[in-house]
Design a protein around this ligand. Structure first.
Ligand SMILES: Nc1nc2c(c(=O)[nH]1)N[C@H]1C(S)=C(S)[C@@H](COP(=O)(O)OP(=O)(O)OC[C@H]3O[C@@H](n4cnc5c(=O)[nH]c(N)nc54)[C@H](O)[C@@H]3O)O[C@H]1N2
Ligand SMILES: Nc1nc2c(c(=O)[nH]1)N[C@H]1C(S)=C(S)[C@@H](COP(=O)(O)OP(=O)(O)OC[C@H]3O[C@@H](n4cnc5c(=O)[nH]c(N)nc54)[C@H](O)[C@@H]3O)O[C@H]1N2
Ligand SMILES: [Mo]
Length: 735
């Protein structure tokens, strides 16, 4: 999220793609409604389903799932032709917009209407309303990411904002409403298959930097891996691990071995696509461990009868530490009660793993005095601050974060600015928080503020030039008070003096060969900020990504498209033999058969207010189970009539990958006659069978339902490998 929730109250227009905050982010929705009430902000919703959020919109655009890119190119073409773009912003701060203008040429309003199903008049109305209102904020969420081209969707949103000059301004930005509590913190801490914490890559330089910060010998760290090559290779991602078990051929991408054991900590596992294949993989492994406060849903799905361990974890109120919210703000969680019964905090369980596997001393060496005497979690927070410079966590000291959380009432919710003793700080010290006395940065890329107060340009990350054009920002586009008025490269020990900053001999020696990401002396940051410079440089935002499959984002039809006629023109990308260690099918899956002929109904996937994720936690609540106790599929009465299924009758839904579920039909008008809405929040029923008796005594939930992902299709994002759960086809029959 470039801005933050409260900042949406500064918006004149809010455009929401593939998100339903009225159900899923009620706090965000309050700010959106405040913008509507106070500023008469126009709310535009683009969603295949008439959601609760759509019900609050001024303009609703119903599109077919998986066609957002075509819709946005339609918007860009209109913005270009009507000259609604911000010329100065494009000239000074953006690279590659001509390529985007070239690609949009083919997306006339008529073509967009054909691909998306949204009438061209509504496209034009929405684009004009959004482009003319400044500032405008753009929101997205899972309606965008769960596609084979989700990563292209998430590039198109920022491109629209750059085009309109809505980036780096209050009331603008791209606001991605993140999912779980602390999911932002989870990715910041490296819970990803392809990065170290702080989004440091997996190359040797990063491993060496981390080894030094962990007070470990790099060669020892390397010796923990099968080879240096494997150490630097992306791991299996959450969505693809099962193929590391089931498809023996993937062993060659994994140093010759299939996956043999699974330790699952704080994840539903059964929520990725094709749950019936997840079950097969769980059954086949040598060992499975769940670390969870509840009986993990997947522990009940597997029918293995040995080597399955459930380790009871403490919940978040039985432990303490920092969490990061969707707006990059940190908060301290104070423990409310000691862990109940035999539950233990996650970190204690992990420490015990390390002890039994013989590396506890190395695991904790960077904490406290290095001899096993440390304060948890404060010393871990200090280690994070000491290490994660890429996103500027140097200022996140436990004392500062605790003081802020204790004084949360001393901050303004719209600007995040602090008062009284909290003056000169923003709530949660939103990252980057460059130094131990930095204010935090509530709005990324805002050049209207000095760097010391959260200002910054775009990061210089991809070199100084590309195809002969400079990638550095243009003249006059540096943050307020900057000693350099235009663009400049990321700050290093070798270039800092050429930017007009003076160093003493001693300082020069300390930063020699270092850059802002690995300078442990802190000199580069402090000197840069004092001169009004951003440590990461001042560059242009790039609209094209030359190392991606689609350097310019492209519309591609879903792997299982209901519009078979469009596949030739907008085909999927080529099959990938090694995507996160897995051979993944794209074009071959898309063209394997005429999917729409046998599976003519499109799943629209989403969530219910009452339940979270698999519902493991929420279905264990009597009250929530009473409010929403049953899985269902919402279908249009016309589809019901065609299939001979009445409102309230049971139906079988069959997926393209061989799974099936038996659920209740619920008539509704939020969907079209070729769609079925399936909430993702149920589990505990398996193809008509009730799994209640599989729970250990006293742990069974209060409500059960078929898991929708038994019928979602094969398919993974071409860059990130996120499952294509938002575009699947099914066949429905009366049960
Ligand atoms: N009550 C509740 N709240 C939650 C959660 C929960 O389970 N329950 N989960 C949390 C988590 S982990 C997350 S990630 C967030 C998710 O939050 P959201 O992304 O808001 O969740 P969804 O309801 O899955 O999807 C949002 C909308 O995307 C639409 N959509 C589907 N396909 C497409 C498409 O191709 N294009 C477009 N434009 N729209 C599409 C759906 O109709 C839906 O209305 O919610 C969080 N909040
Ligand atoms: N069809 C379809 N499928 C989807 C989606 C969709 O929109 N449609 N959305 C996808 C998305 S965005 C997500 S995030 C996933 C859902 O994400 P999942 O992570 O698969 O689902 P949850 O049920 O939230 O699982 C969290 C688990 O962590 C446990 N837990 C809670 N607190 C703690 C703790 O402190 N410590 C430990 N160790 N465990 C804890 C809970 O009991 C639960 O078992 O679903 C994905 N799948
Ligand atoms: Mo999520």
């Amino acid at each position: 999220m470039t801005n933050h929730l409260g900042d949406m109250q500064n918006s004149e227009a809010i455009i929401i793609f593939g998100a339903n905050p009225a159900a899923n982010h009620p706090i965000a929705m309050q700010h959106i409604l405040a913008a509507k009430e106070k500023k008469n902000a126009t709310i535009i919703v683009i969603d295949p389903r008439y959601s609760r959020t759509a019900a609050k919109s001024d303009i609703y655009c119903r599109i077919r799932t998986g066609t957002d890119i075509a819709f946005m190119y339609g918007m860009i073409r209109l913005i270009r032709d009507n000259k609604w773009y911000d010329k100065k912003f494009l000239n000074d701060r953006v690279y590659g917009i001509e390529e985007i203008f070239k690609e949009c040429e083919q997306y006339t309003p008529e073509v967009v209407e054909d691909i998306t199903g949204c009438p061209k008049e509504i496209l034009i109305q929405a684009t004009a309303a959004y482009a003319k209102a400044k500032p405008g904020c753009l929101i997205w969420n899972q309606g965008w990411t769960q596609h084979t081209i989700g990563s292209s969707n998430t590039r198109m949103g920022p491109i629209i904002q750059l085009l309109l000059g809505n980036m780096g301004v209050e009331g603008g930005g791209t606001n991605i409403l993140r999912g779980h509590d602390n999911v932002q913190g989870g990715t910041d801490m490296g819970c990803l298959a392809d990065t170290l914490p702080g989004y440091y890559g997996l190359a040797e330089g990063s491993w060496k930097y981390f080894s030094e910060r962990w007070k470990l010998d790099y060669d020892w760290v390397k010796s923990r891996f099968k080879s240096k090559e494997m150490m630097e290779a992306k791991g299996f991602s959450l969505s693809l691990w099962l193929h590391g078990v089931l498809d023996e051929a993937n062993a060659k991408n994994n140093a010759g071995t299939p996956l043999k054991a699974l330790v699952c900590i704080g994840n539903g596992i059964s929520t990725i696509t094709m749950t019936h294949k997840v079950k097969e993989a769980l059954d086949k492994l040598d060992m499975v461990v769940f670390i969870d406060p509840y009986v993990n849903d997947a522990a009940v799905i597997t029918t293995r009868n040995d080597n399955l361990f459930l380790l009871p974890a403490a919940s978040q109120i039985e432990t303490s530490g920092t969490t990061v919210n969707t707006g990059r703000s940190a908060q301290w969680r104070f423990k409310v009660v000691d862990p109940l019964y035999e539950a233990r905090p996650d970190h204690e369980i992990l420490f015990d793993f390390a002890k039994r596997m013989g590396f506890y001393e190395q695991y904790t060496r960077a904490l406290g005095d290095g001899k096993g005497n440390f304060q948890w979690p404060e010393d871990a927070t200090r280690e994070i601050a000491r290490t994660l410079k890429t996103i500027g966590l140097q200022g996140w000291l436990p004392e500062r974060i605790k003081a802020q959380t204790e004084n949360w009432h001393m901050f303004d919710t719209v600007s995040l600015a602090g008062y009284g003793p909290m003056k000169n700080q923003y709530y949660g010290l939103p990252w980057p928080c460059w130094t131990e006395d930095h204010s935090g940065s509530p709005v990324l890329y805002n050049i209207n503020k000095p760097v010391s107060q959260g200002g910054m340009g775009f990061r210089n990350r991809f070199g100084l030039e590309h195809n002969g054009s400079s990638l550095l920002a243009g003249a006059g586009s540096a943050p307020k008070g900057s000693s350099v008025k235009g663009g400049y490269p990321e700050i290093t020990g070798d270039n800092i003096e050429s930017l007009g900053i003076k160093l003493t001999d001693k300082e020069r020696e300390l930063v020699k060969g270092k850059n802002w990401k690995n300078d442990n002396s802190g000199i580069l940051n402090k000197k840069a900020i004092a001169a009004g410079l951003v440590p990461y440089g001042n560059a242009r935002a790039r609209t094209i990504v030359w190392n991606f499959i689609d350097p310019v984002p492209k519309h591609r039809e879903p792997l299982h498209s209901i519009r078979t006629d469009l596949i030739k023109k907008y085909p999927a990308s080529a099959d990938n033999p090694n995507h996160f260690r897995t051979a993944v099918r794209y074009l071959s899956e898309q063209t394997a058969q005429d999917w729409a002929k046998d599976f003519p109904v499109n799943i629209v996937s989403g969530r219910l207010v009452e339940h979270m994720g698999t519902g493991t936690e929420t279905r264990a609540s009597k009250y929530l189970s009473e409010l929403a106790g049953e899985m269902y599929g919402e279908i249009h009465p016309e589809l019901g009539a065609k299939l001979g299924i009445r409102d309230g009758e049971m139906m079988w839904v069959h997926g393209t990958a061989g799974g099936k579920i038996k659920i209740k039909a619920k008539y509704g008008y939020s969907v079209l006659p070729d769609q079925v809405f399936l909430p993702q929040n149920f589990s505990g029923m398996w193809q008509g069978e009730h799994l209640g008796d599989r729970y250990p005594e006293g742990t069974a939930p209060h409500s059960y339902g078929e898991n929708s992902n038994q019928v979602t299709s094969y398919g993974y994002d071409q860059q990130t490998s996120c499952p294509e759960t938002k575009c699947s086809l099914v066949r429905i029959e009366k049960a």
